[in-house]
Write a protein that binds this ligand. Structure first.
Ligand code: NDP
Length: 528
């Protein structure tokens, strides 16, 4: 069913057509009669194909995962941790091939392929080191001291579905799968149809690390077929992608009464206060707004600068933008790679042209670059943008940033919060306490002070996620593994059934029990 193509491009990589065919052969899709051709955005040539799984293929994969998962769930957490740590080591050791595959599938610059790889070993170590404590039985206060007790137990849910997008296909196929596996679940991952190969390469490394066969599986195919079938078969779904698809996923999970986490889009504000170090802020903005050509849910898209520093910031930011190099190489060099495909390039350009029609000024950029490759787009800075324009409200998901002056801190906060999204924000100031105080007034799941998102994303011990149209639930931190655990309370009576004594009149009992309860509450208040 799978086929690969001998592209000249592959000669500069560690990847061969046969290697891609072997990876595609990992997908067990017996019912599939069609395949999906994966194209490389670098040249828009076909790279290789993968099976388009049917709904039956998906339920078969989940059933196999469920069976294999029983042994994995019974494996002591310390042994699971060893497998996950080994996997983290293997990802690091195989980074050249993984980065090549990511670049082939996404067209991103080498540096951004390297950055996405870093999250995996860090997440492996974090959950390998902390899962045992989260999973351990947790004794709680019983209803009555000495008379009863209560213990909370944590078990795997069963099979977790991970639905991942194309923009960070390596990180986002794994960053939820790792805690799900550490919790003792099996995982079935559905990568985006444009980027299936890196997920397949990671499945191979998980097995090499010692994960039993079938505990982690990849099903390839169209989201509209594979997605619903997966949500209907699993016990939890961890989704990353667009807000509209997120709503569809949440509706289906809701109907099935299973849990879901949704990491969706953002329209992330970046606030430069009057006392900020402008050089630092410019460095932070240029480094993150164009990361992965802006196709990053955490990237800043709206920059608000205190009036007194606006001209200084804008000049320096435009100069820094001008200095970026666009292009492609399977080595470090170009700063800005390709967008995912021509349709997305056209969407980004529509946002920019629409903004110009509404009165915005293009200070730099604003053009597609077919001379470099079919889907390249110039890093673009816009000013004079109407706050109600589409580009000011909807996620552009491209290398396009709006810069706007604001009177003061209060207006910056008001503008930042004037959005249906709430994923990530940043505040730039010489006074870190002031930055933290401003951060607490911003309606986002993460707010970074003097850094755009790296300091927040890479704090793996701290939860990450959005509010509003940016999603539900959290990844990273204890919250990131707790969602994959079934919580049970086991309460035990040491004196048989707790009933009211029948030997006493009920009004005496009521007085005694009420008095006892009042005494218990008073003691508890004293001890607080
Ligand atoms: P989607 O939300 O469509 O895709 C994300 C994943 O969901 C893919 O694996 C996709 O599969 C799958 N999917 C599609 N339909 C369904 C369905 N009915 N049920 C379950 N899963 C489904 O993102 P797009 O690629 O269309 O991007 C649209 C916009 O979303 C972007 O422009 C950007 O604004 C935002 N986005 C945000 C991301 C983030 O990291 N927060 C990541 C990607 C996009 P397939 O594509 O194979 O059909």
């Amino acid at each position: 069913m799978s086929q690969s193509y001998s592209l000249a491009l592959l000669e500069d990589t560690t990847v061969t057509p046969e290697r891609l065919e072997r990876l595609a052969a990992r997908v067990d899709a017996e019912e599939s009669e069609t395949s999906l051709v994966v194209r490389t955005p670098i040249t828009d040539e076909p790279l290789a194909s993968v099976p388009a799984a049917t709904a039956t293929d998906v339920s078969t994969a989940v059933e196999r995962a469920r069976e294999a998962g029983e042994g994995w769930a019974a494996t002591p957490v310390e042994e699971r941790a060893e497998v996950i740590e080994r996997f983290g080591d293997l990802v690091t050791a195989n980074r050249e091939e993984l980065q090549d595959v990511v670049q082939l599938e996404t067209g991103k610059a080498r540096i951004h392929a390297f950055e996405e790889l870093l999250d995996v070993p860090a997440t492996c170590s974090y959950y390998a080191g902390t899962a045992a404590e989260v999973i351990a039985d947790d004794p709680r206060d019983g209803a009555f001291p000495l008379v009863s007790d209560a213990v909370v137990t944590h078990d795997p849910l069963g099979v977790v579905g991970v639905i991942s997008p194309w923009n960070y296909p390596l990180t986002l196929s794994m960053t939820d799968a790792i805690p799900a596996l550490m919790a003792g679940n099996a995982v079935v991952c559905k990568p985006d149809e444009r980027t299936p190969f890196v997920a397949l390469a990671l499945a191979e490394l998980l097995e090499e690390a010692g994960l039993p066969a079938d505990v982690f599986q990849v099903v390839t195919g169209e989201g509209s077929t594979v997605g619903p079938a997966l949500i209907d078969a699993v016990e939890y779904v961890a989704f990353t992608g667009g807000t509209e698809t997120g709503r569809v996923v949440a509706e289906r999970a809701g109907r099935n009464l299973i849990g879901c986490s949704l990491e969706l889009g953002g329209k992330n504000p970046f606030i430069v206060l009057a006392d900020a170090d402008v050089a630092d802020a410019v460095r932070g903005a240029v480094r993150t707004a164009y990361a992965n050509a802006g196709q990053l849910c955490l990237a800043p898209e709206r920059i608000y600068v205190a009036e007194s520093r606006y001209a200084e910031f804008l000049d320096a930011f435009v100069e820094a933008t001008r200095s970026l190099t666009l292009g492609h190489a399977f080595e470090y060099g170009p700063d800005v790679g390709s967008l995912i495909d021509e349709a997305h390039r056209d969407r980004v350009d529509d946002f920019v042209q629409g903004a110009v029609e509404d009165g915005a000024t293009v200070v730099i950029g604003g053009n597609a670059r077919p001379d470099i490759g079919p889907s390249w787009y110039e890093p673009t800075v816009l000013t004079d943008v109407d706050p109600d324009a589409r580009i000011a409200c909807e996620e552009t998901f491209g290398p396009v940033v709006i810069v706007t002056p604001v009177r003061d801190e209060a207006e910056a906060i008001e503008r930042a919060n004037d959005s249906s999204y709430g994923l990530n924000a940043s505040v730039w100031t010489a006074d870190r306490d002031r930055g933290r105080a401003v951060a607490r007034r911003i309606d986002c799941g993460t707010v970074c002070v003097n850094d755009a998102f790296v300091v927040g994303w890479s704090a793996v011990d701290a939860p990450m996620g959005g509010i509003g149209d940016s999603g539900l639930g959290r990844r990273h931190g204890p919250e990131g593994i707790e969602r994959f655990l079934a919580v049970r309370t086991v309460a035990t009576s040491r004196v048989g059934p707790l009933t009211f004594p029948s030997a006493l009149p009920m009004d005496w009992v009521a007085r005694l029990v009420s008095g006892g309860l009042t005494l218990k509450r008073r003691i508890a208040r004293r001890l607080r």
